[in-house]
Design a protein around this ligand. Structure first.
Ligand SMILES: *Cc1c(COP(=O)(O)O)cnc(C)c1O
Length: 461
């Protein structure tokens, strides 16, 4: 049976304005559509199983072999093996370091791609898959809301891809200077819009555009973490890390600094594919809606979202929460209303979450540097602080891997203040301070934005 993708909103008969989409589509259709017609998120109706033998056989092999194993399991019905091989070999041409910080506690650096954040992993694979399934002779317009790193990763991944244009929306005041340079300077088929608002405003503009019938002719599609094509690649590095580090029979803990929950969702799927994950840790910054929910059983979004130094995680209602709730038997809509609560006991069994205040994030950056000479930036530090908190509370001694989701050199101001030096730029970013860009600035008003799209987007190839 091929895997089909249905909408997280399919049961919502009681919400004004939403007509539930009760059908199911192929991966290719889900990839091109981005979100379901009822504004729900596409989720697979079955999860393929990986064998432990196949996983352990990846030990010592390059990352792309892990990618091929996972891609094959999910996509073999829709893409020939040779296409998948080419996609992952092209996409994953950079290292994925696993550093031992202290015995049995590792840092996985997902910051070696072209834009030095983990978002490169998903964007590069998705761009290559999309260019295989684009309708002949037509142009695709990708709209992406970013709190910093998604936009540049997606922009870079699609730069120069024929027939696909990318429009990136970012909140003017919430991205760092270097993030802005990266976003504004991609050029060619990639245009940045600097929005006077918050990340949530950018995300809402994009979501509204997708459901606007007057914009259908532009073949709008998303590359946000709402696209399932972004989630699948994010399950690969968990399989890879486990294969490199774990002995047969061993279980592993992952700590994933979380904002929109797309990265953590990759781990959730990896566990459901058969990876022996003892616990998924999902530390957040001061946007604590999820840890509060796990503690109290009641979900209340944080609105407006709180500004923290881990700016890529300033999310008051994570878009992928709908998929987490779905996996555990619940339903939440995009405005944050819970229609059915998930099985919280089961969720607590597999997931741990804690809110890390900025002060603790800063302290973690200092401590880890002083103790181990390991340099973390503020997102990875939330991850590490989450692991430390979990170990204190539970005395869990399992093998653990915490994710560093961006390169410290992307946040030189913060690191300089805390550690007294500015981290060396990775090769991909050496020229960043010299780049020139031209973002279009606009308010967060939908009619303005729509007008801009109608004037500037192209329809035919
Ligand atoms: C996007 C991002 C996150 C949050 O990831 P989600 O998948 O949205 O939870 C964490 N760290 C960095 C550096 C990011 O860019």
């Amino acid at each position: 049976m091929p895997i089909r993708y249905y909408s997280t909103n399919r049961n919502l008969t009681d919400t004004a304005g939403i007509i539930p989409f009760t059908g199911a589509v192929s991966f290719k259709d889900a990839l091109l559509a981005g979100q379901a017609p009822d504004e729900g998120l596409f989720v697979p109706d079955a999860i393929p199983q990986l064998s432990l033998n196949d996983i352990h056989a990846l030990k010592g092999k390059p990352y792309r072999e892990a990618a091929l194993l996972v891609a094959q399991a999910f996509l073999a019905d829709e893409f020939p093996r040779e296409v998948l091989r080419k996609v992952v070999y092209d996409a994953y041409n950079y290292p994925v370091p696993l550093e031992e910080v202290y015995p049995q506690a590792f840092l996985m650096r997902l910051d070696q791609g072209p834009t030095a954040s983990f978002k490169d992993f998903a964007a590069r694979m998705m761009a290559r898959l999309m260019s295989h399934c684009r309708p002949q002779g037509e142009r695709l317009n990708i709209l992406v809301a970013t709190s910093g790193d998604t936009g540049s990763a997606v922009g870079e991944a699609f730069r120069g891809v024929a027939g696909i244009d990318v429009t990136i929306l970012y909140p003017t005041a919430e991205v760092s200077l270097r993030q802005r340079k990266q976003l504004d300077s991609i050029g060619g088929n990639v245009q940045a819009l600097s929005i006077d608002g918050k990340f949530d405003d950018c995300q809402n503009l994009v979501k509204q555009a997708f459901s606007d019938p007057q914009l259908t002719k532009f073949n709008l599609t998303s590359a946000n973490s709402i696209n399932f094509g972004r989630i699948l690649p994010q399950s690969i590095y968990y399989v890879y890390a486990y294969a490199q580090l774990a002995a047969p029979g061993e279980e592993i803990v992952f700590s994933v600094p979380s904002g929109n929950f797309g990265n953590a969702l990759g781990c959730e799927y990896a566990r459901r594919m058969g990876l022996p994950v003892a616990k998924l840790l999902m530390p957040t910054n001061e946007n604590d809606e999820f840890p509060n929910y796990l503690r109290t059983g009641k979900y209340t979004k944080v609105a407006p979202s709180r500004d923290c130094i881990s700016n890529a995680m300033n999310v008051g209602h994570p878009s992928n929460l709908a998929r987490f709730f779905e996996l555990y038997g619940g339903t939440v809509d995009r405005s944050g209303v819970v229609h059915r609560y998930p099985d919280i006991a089961e969720m607590r069994q597999h997931i741990f979450s804690v809110s890390i205040a900025d002060e603790e994030t800063r302290q973690t950056i200092k401590n880890i540097y002083e103790l181990y000479k390991t340099v973390l930036e503020q997102h990875g530090a939330v991850g590490w602080a989450g692991l430390t908190a979990y170990r204190k509370m539970t005395a869990d001694k399992n093998l653990a891997v915490s994710l560093e989701t961006a390169h410290p050199a992307k946040f030189p101001e913060e690191i300089e203040k805390l550690l007294g030096f500015s981290p060396e730029l990775p090769a991909s970013m050496k020229d960043i301070d010299q780049r020139q860009g031209d973002a279009v600035t606009m308010s967060s008003n939908y009619e303005n934005f729509k007008n801009y799209l109608q004037i500037n987007l192209k329809i035919k190839e």
